[in-house]
Design a protein around this ligand. Sequence first.
Ligand code: SAM
Length: 261
Amino acid sequence: MQAVCRHKSSWLIKSALLLVPAGRKGKAMGNTSYEEKREQLEEYFDRTAADQWAKLTSDAPVSGIRKTVRAGRDRMRQTLLDWLPHDLHGMRILDAGCGTGTLAVDLARRGAQVVAIDLSATLVELARKRLPDDLGEGKVEFISGDMLSTAYGNFDHVVAMDSMIHYEKHDMVQVLSGLAQRTRRSVLFTFAPSNPILATMIRVGRIFPRSDRAPFIEPIAEDSLRAAIGESQSLGGWKIGNTEKISSGFYTSQAMEITKR
Ligand SMILES: C[S@@+](CC[C@H](N)C(=O)[O-])C[C@H]1O[C@@H](n2cnc3c(N)ncnc32)[C@H](O)[C@@H]1O
């Protein structure tokens, strides 16, 4: 009975948190460096969950729970797209943590030159295969690597949909600073907004054995994120713009925009 309960709770937590499991090394939340987290994420998205992500981001039938996640993610993508100029001709955009590339394709359809980068070579390969050939003047270059790599030049806008939700607040602000340095206009990203239910689920998850521990998404309270961005010297020339929380069944994520002053 205990095993069943534990399994059920763990499943709930994974579902609620976009199906992301504990880190391979079983590190507790709150003390994992950017590099360690990046390694865990690569392992997870490149191997453990690559098939799940391929399915979730396709039209294939999925369970009721995943339908709510898919619907929430569709709304989130549309929200981010709505915050960018409609005509993106002549603009370079970085899709940071592009996954299977849906947002990159939408951006290219509006005329953008998109650099889409992800840690997972498997997802990037799938994104290349899915790339339609009716993009008009828009273009997508898919790359497997770290979104903070400076090898790909500067951008007008950066979008990072649900790719920074795994990093602790300090690392998230560092990542934002790294991206902002290479960006002329705006950086759009999402974070997992902290709330009591999520915090409880994660606390419960921490009592599991290391091999079955709670997911390593890092919920962040909006106020403390705003304060951290405000206090960051390297983001001194930037201000917070739009923000919107999207909740759809088992999907909850909050979009935020920083723009150059
Ligand atoms: C939850 S998925 C979202 C993918 C995509 N943005 C979407 O919304 O469909 C998070 C993605 O971020 C990628 N990611 C996380 N950290 C990254 C980093 N430092 N550099 C590049 N990609 C990263 C992961 O490999 C994963 O594919």
